[in-house]
Design a binder for this molecule. Structure first.
Ligand code: GSH
Ligand code: FES
Length: 125
């Protein structure tokens, strides 16, 4: 499980262009990316917790970012997905949806299909 922080980056952190690029990079570089409320160990909200719990059943590397860490990132994420609420899940760069959608896809087998080519690399085991 990878968990990102915006802290170590101090050049143009906080600017809307920086955050837009950060989101683009997140979803490009991380096959399963979740923007959530809280950190994976302590989800702040049941919706984020549910989405994470479902994704964790598939033994794929999951990357997460806490939207409260830098609330400005919320705008960049919403601009990228055109989706208003959190959590937001991206798989292979594609916006998938929030917890309702992930739950439905888990139940109908679509999530398994979407995640089938994503493997856990040695370093993230
Ligand atoms: N039905 C939504 C539930 C998520 C939801 O309603 N999230 C709300 C409450 S956590 C939200 O993000 N509201 C906007 C905000 O808090 O900025 C889903 O499927 O993901
Ligand atoms: S933080 Fe209240 S419903 Fe998610």
């Amino acid at each position: 499980m990878r968990y990102f922080s915006t802290d170590p980056i101090d050049n143009f952190e906080g600017s809307s262009l920086f955050l837009k690029r950060l989101v683009e990079q997140d979803v490009k570089e991380n096959p399963v990316m979740i923007y959530m409320k809280g950190v994976p160990e302590f989800p702040y909200c049941g919706f984020s917790s549910l989405a994470l719990r479902l994704l964790r059943q598939y033994n794929v590397p999951i990357s997460a970012r806490n939207i409260f860490e830098d609330p400005e990132i919320i705008h960049a994420i919403r601009d990228h997905s055109s989706w208003p609420t959190f959590p937001q899940i991206f798989i292979n760069g594609e916006f998938i949806g929030g917890s309702d959608i992930i739950l439905n896809m888990h139940l109908n087998g679509e999530l398994k299909e979407k995640l089938k080519d994503i493997t856990v690399s040695e370093e993230s085991k």
